[in-house]
Design a protein around this ligand. Structure first.
Ligand code: BES
Ligand code: ZN
Ligand code: ZN
Length: 520
């Protein structure tokens, strides 16, 4: 009771003429509320002081008789895109108000950037505002939709994510809520999309001794448990992989003491249970040491994220299930470690894939294409309407595009259009790469076998020869391979993701699946 009285008193505003002040007791510090509001840039022809507050910000300003716009002008120059400023004690319900710059109003889709600039600006601004408030240990933040509640929610949830599971000192947990907008549906959708990407980030960032193939499969099983009515999961053990004659996959897993798992997910969201599924296949190397072709030790730790393909594919299926997308999806994730040992595959060894093709393994570090080869062969049994595989496949992909976009190698213009459209919406971009016979010739010319797991001109066009290799295991007319090695981690390039493993392109995969669902 006493506590209640103290808190009520502390929240009471003391008003003296035009000056307001609010007392904040210590008991309140831990549950202070924050507010993030947006402001657009002024048009070129307008005066310096012109302010373009969003609808929610204007409403808030009005409730304070213009105090917010007054302070914004007083406190410094107009807020540039992505910049923010915090005001304290302005409102009794919100001790901290972060105002964020949204850039030009109605910027829309930019043809050269291949993304929706308005959406990207909102994600960036909202994430900056939320993070500022998180640093001030504000535990609940209300967020302006800024005219696009989904993008605002994505900015908030992606921006606040921080992997501190294994640290004693954690960042403040912040809950978020839509402010001053009725678009709760858009907001909720954005939360689910962003949480999907955060699940992939969590799996990718986690150390390899925590996320083993077995632990990965268990985590996904747990995440899918609430959707058991529409989801079937198979955690295929080593004996099953052997029965399936997946010799290429087994040649990678055999160097490690950790047992491999072939994870198979079925999401039946379509009212027509017979509708051919979308097949998603993800590279699931939970640690890539390179095997006998051992990688240099500098930055080898990043290879804990070499299951980024499996993480983004499985996270997008969890997200599709949460959204109840009316589409059928099959997800496949060959999961294992790539380790050197007395039992490991040696350079020059020849192995046989599920489709009978023989492969000379000249470099054991080119292991992703081996495990995907068998998964792609197997995937055809589901008669998929389209196959999309996702893999942190080559360092060459990072050299080619860096972290700007994932490379897409596809035999289908239709599939390319679908993926590209989705990526413009999400801002998590894709860029089309070639699947020329030129590259096929470089992987089919092998001394001992049908194929070689590396191109004969070694590093040249490394991402393209890897794609050409995968193509040898695909018969379907609509197949795309996404090489996500370049977008695997974030330093500071994507402003609404903190430094660390990115979980890209989970939202693009979800948006792509949603597109298929809604276009029949
Ligand atoms: N997992 C790596 C590719 C990679 C590199 C992903 C950097 C993310 C960041 C892959 O298994 C690999 O090692 N590929 C080799 C292939 C080469 C031996 C033909 C590479 O890219 O160097
Ligand atoms: Zn490798
Ligand atoms: Zn790898």
């Amino acid at each position: 009771m006493t506590m209640f009285l103290v808190r009520t008193a502390a929240r009471t505003a003391v008003r003296t003429k035009s000056c307001r002040s609010f007392c904040v007791s210590h008991t309140q510090l831990s549950d202070r509320k924050g507010l993030v509001l947006g402001v657009f840039e002024k048009k070129e022809e307008e005066d310096e002081g012109t302010l373009h507050l969003t609808e929610a910000a204007a409403g808030f300003d009005k409730s304070l008789s213009g105090k917010l716009s007054e302070l914004l002008k007083l406190s410094g120059p107009a807020l540039k895109n992505g910049k923010s400023r915090v005001f304290y004690g302005l409102h009794k319900d919100f001790p901290c108000v972060a105002v964020v710059g949204l850039g030009k109003n109605n910027a829309g889709v930019c043809r050269t950037e291949n993304w929706d600039t308005s959406k990207e600006n909102i994600r960036q601004a909202v994430s900056a505002g939320c993070r500022l408030l998180q640093d001030l240990e504000v535990s609940h933040v209300e967020v302006d939709s800024c005219g696009d509640a989904q993008s605002a929610a994505e900015g908030a949830v992606l921006g606040l994510f921080h992997y501190d599971q294994l640290k004693s000192k954690k960042k403040t947990k912040v809950t978020t809520q839509l402010h001053g907008s009725a678009d709760v549906v858009g907001w909720e959708k954005g939360i689910v999309y962003a949480e999907g990407q955060n699940l992939a980030r969590l799996l990718m960032e986690a150390p390899a001794n925590h996320i083993t193939p077995t632990a990965f499969a268990k985590t996904i099983e747990e995440k899918l448990a609430p959707h058991a009515d529409r989801v079937t999961i198979h955690k295929r053990p080593q004996a099953w992989i052997e029965e399936q004659q997946m010799g290429a996959f087994l040649s990678v897993s055999k160097g490690s003491e950790e047992p491999p798992v072939f994870l198979e997910l079925h999401y039946n969201g379509s009212p027509d249970s017979k509708q051919p599924p979308l097949l998603l296949v993800g590279k699931g190397i939970t640690f890539d040491s390179g095997g006998i072709s051992l990688k240099p030790s500098a930055s080898m730790d990043a290879m804990r994220a070499d299951m980024g393909g499996a993480a983004t594919v499985c996270a997008s299926i969890v997200t599709a299930a949460s959204l109840k997308l009316p589409v059928n999806i099959v997800g496949l994730a060959p999961l294992c470690e790539n380790m050197p040992s007395g039992k490991a595959t040696k350079p020059g060894d020849v192995v046989k894939a599920k489709n009978g093709k023989t492969i000379q393994v000249d470099n054991t570090d080119a292991e992703g294409r081996l495990i995907l080869a068998d998964a792609l062969c197997y995937g055809h049994v589901f008669n998929p309407r389209a196959i999309v595989n996702v893999a942190t496949l080559t360092g060459a992909m990072d050299v080619a595009l860096g972290s700007a976009a994932a490379g897409v190698f596809t035999n289908s213009d239709w599939l390319w259009e679908q993926l590209h459209r989705a990526s413009v919406v999400t801002g998590d971009r894709v860029w089309r790469m070639p699947l020329f016979q030129h590259y096929t010739k470089q992987v089919t010319d092998s001394q001992l076998a049908d194929l070689n797991n590396i191109g004969k001109y070694s590093r040249s066009g490394g991402a393209c020869t890897a794609a050409a290799f995968l193509r040898e295991f695909v018969k379907a007319p609509h197949w795309a391979h996404l090489d996500i090695a370049g977008v695997m981690s974030n330093k500071d390039e994507v402003p609404y993701l903190r430094k660390g493993m990115s979980g890209r392109p989970t939202r693009t995969l979800v948006e792509f699946a949603a597109g298929l669902a809604h276009n029949g």
